[in-house]
Structures are given as C-alpha cells and as structure tokens.
Design a protein around this ligand. Structure first.
Ligand SMILES: [Zn+2]
Ligand SMILES: [Zn+2]
Length: 133
C-alpha cells in the first residue's frame, strides 16, 4: 500500500524518479520517499548505510515546525535538513523524506532549476548526497 501524505494524510500515487520510488500526494502534491528506497538510491551511488547516515544527520538538525506524521513508522519527529536554499523534512527514525511542492521547487532559485516538480525532487536527492558524504 502506498504511504499516506505526511502533511495532509491524503492518498499518494507512485512516481518513479530514476531508480527511486517517490510518492506524490494527490492533494498538496508533496513528495514522500521511504527511508529504505533512499538507502538503495544512496547505495547505488557508492554511499553504503545511507539510511543510517541520514538519520544521524537528521538527529543533529532542528525539529520541523510543521505537523508531519511519518506514514511508515508513525513518528512525528521530522527534522529540517538544509543546504543552501533547499530544506527537506527528514523523519529521524526511518529517514523517510518529505518535500512539499515549495521545497521541491526551491531549485527554481538555484542553478539546476526546472519547472518540473519531479525533476526538482530528483535534484533535491542530489543534495541529500552532499548531506551525508
Ligand atoms: Zn498532502
Ligand atoms: Zn519514519
């Protein structure tokens, strides 16, 4: 079953972003990526234990001010991880990743900006790589 949106609990649809399974909310159009999917994504890019390392990174980051519930582990402990103009909400239990449409589109203000939300989420994943290197 697809995870519900962490922000508004609406059903999501699966969107493949290269080799990552991403779930798009039918209401607020945010994107959620499961921690284990992220682990595979990072592992494929030469970063083993990516899920664990992202959790470690998240635990050092400030608590998210938004009311988000992780659809995988039910925790309400998202942290805001920032890099430049991009901020991403990360579950500090499972490394589930939530990007609202604005966060995905933060790349509009950066160099690799496009108007495609999915592509911007993909770019945000590139930022994740820099977080845990
Ligand atoms: Zn939503
Ligand atoms: Zn979680």
């Amino acid at each position: 079953m697809n995870p519900a949106c962490p922000a508004c609990a609406t059903a999501t649809t699966l969107t493949r972003l290269q080799d990552v399974s991403c779930f798009e909310c039918g209401h607020c159009k945010s994107h959620f990526i499961r921690g284990d999917s992220l682990d595979g994504f990072l592992n494929g890019r030469g970063l083993p234990n990516g899920q664990r390392r992202l959790i470690e990174r998240a635990l050092q980051a400030p608590t998210s001010t938004r009311d988000l519930t992780c659809p995988d582990c039910r925790a309400r402990s998202f942290r805001v991880v920032r890099s430049g103009l991009v901020s991403i909400d990360v579950c500090d239990r499972c490394a589930g990743l939530h990007l609202d449409r604005g966060e995905a589109n933060a790349y509009l203000l950066q160099t690799r900006a496009t108007t495609n939300v999915a592509e911007n989420t993909m770019n945000a994943l590139d930022t994740i790589l820099t977080f845990i290197r």
